[in-house]
Design a protein around this ligand. Sequence first.
Ligand code: KG4
Ligand code: ZN
Length: 357
Amino acid sequence: MTLILGLETSCDETAAAVVDDQQRVRASVVWSQHELHQRYRGVVPEIASRAHLEKISVIVTDTLKQARVSMEDIDAVAVGNRPGLIGSLIVGVAAAKALAWSLRKPLIGIDHVQAHLHAVNLTIGDAPLPAAPTPHLGLVVSGGHTCLYLIRSPTDLVLLGRTIDDAVGEAYDKAAAILEAGYPGGPAIDRLAQTGNPDAYDLPRSTLGRDSLDFSFSGLKTALLYAVRGRPQGRGKSAAFPRSAADLSDTQRANLAASFQQAAIDALFIKLERALAQLTAENNPPHALVIGGGVSANSLLRTRATSFSQQHHLPLRLPNLAFCVDNAAMIAGLAHHAYRAKQFDTLDLPAVATTRI
Ligand code: KG4
Ligand code: ZN
């Protein structure tokens, strides 16, 4: 039985996990820095890197303890080395190198975005899950990424479309800031939307060009801002909004959150419909739909994905809720493919801010 220790420090979660070669998660520890960033309503890179540095050792020790294994039982050390905040990535990469070197075990650098899609294969139980049939459509919806792929194998991804401005998770976070709904924004909007009427406000769904599989969320964000605060009056420095979020009633806030959520999720499914139609017309129909990343925890997204899958007879794979937002189990799990293929990295593995795919 091969065991891989994974580390993840690409943004504001310090995480470690041990995953076996059947994709069973033996332990997964995630320390979220949300409290540190809350008052800035966004991640402060400098604070994030320092916090990773302080926590990484203790998180690794806790993870091994929970998995009931020792350092020597580990067969390889994997780390999310791209993409992300560079100062944050460097902490995980340096820690992984130190562990791999001192244990004389292979080092494996993993793409964080690809790992989000792999999260659907992880299991907490004893029975391994069947891998999603290929080729399949893979949608990554997170705070930093909104990307649609055709996945030919776990390591062979073709990019079909991506956001041209904000990521969908980022739009959720900004919507929560506009509505003063709390931080982190995604779960706050999701909760607030539960009691609102999604048809109360007509907010835009971007479609871009007729055949485009790209996404855009900046127009939706601006439309929400104007719906909440009114159109700015005056010019230049003297421009001011006529209202503030504090002027909204509870019903208005819930209706705005629900209308925003419906528009954001609609925009994702417009592109999934398009991609499915295009691939089918090209005689290359996908055999499944896989969704990963923080926004795959969203209640409306999960409901809509289920009906989309039923309507198109397309098997659906969503991650366990524990593996939607950033975690290291997805890093360790995906690293098993590289381990089997003996694709190891050397100690000069770089941290890279942008993704290669
Ligand atoms: O995957 P992730 O942890 O980090 C990145 O790789 O970016 O995703 C974090 C994003 C945040 O924008 C957060 O607001 C969003 O996922 N998120 C949600 C929900 N839970 C987390 N968005 C909508 N609904 C949720 N329930
Ligand atoms: Zn992520």
